[in-house]
Design a protein around this ligand. Structure first.
Ligand code: NI
Length: 155
């Protein structure tokens, strides 16, 4: 435990006391700890949204559904900067399975993946987001390895 001294103006102190009373806190330290945790969670979410990720998007669609294949193709061209690779499998007479590997800012990858999943006649849509730290933003084979990996990872 650490003891910190924080200076609050009357207005903020008053608001804090009101929140404490409304939520039934008996103890100021307890209330401030919980509010700090909530603030940190929010800050982590915001930091995560600009962090980079690799996304694996998979979905099934009926290639005969009116206009859908064309719309999907143009959506992927519009987001070519986020698309690393796509695999297309003709599942059966009507259905196609597509698996796309995406890469970029987490919020953009998520927004694009969700827009594909939300298309009418797209079924079994799922996206898995894998955090990618900047240490991995390098081209293998272009230069000797002078980058840093996390402990325990190999190149
Ligand atoms: Ni197909």
């Amino acid at each position: 435990m650490h003891r910190v001294t924080v200076t609050l103006d009357d207005e903020l102190m008053g608001e804090l006391d009101r929140v404490m009373a409304a939520r039934g806190y008996q103890n100021r330290s307890e209330a401030i700890r919980d509010l700090a945790r909530a603030g940190l969670r929010q800050a982590n979410i915001e930091a995560g949204a600009s962090a980079r990720c690799v996304g694996v998007l998979s979905y099934v669609y009926d290639h005969a559904a009116r206009d859908l294949a064309r719309r999907l193709t143009s959506a992927f061209h519009d987001h070519h900067d986020l698309t690393v690779s796509s695999m297309h499998v003709h599942l059966d007479h009507d259905n196609c399975l597509e698996v796309s590997v995406l890469k970029g800012p987490t919020a953009e990858v998520q927004r694009f993946a969700e827009s594909v999943i939300a298309e009418r006649s797209v079924r079994h849509g799922e996206v898995v987001l894998i955090p990618a730290d900047e240490a991995h933003e390098h081209g293998h084979g272009e230069h000797p390895h002078h980058h840093h990996h996390q402990d325990g990872e190999t190149g």
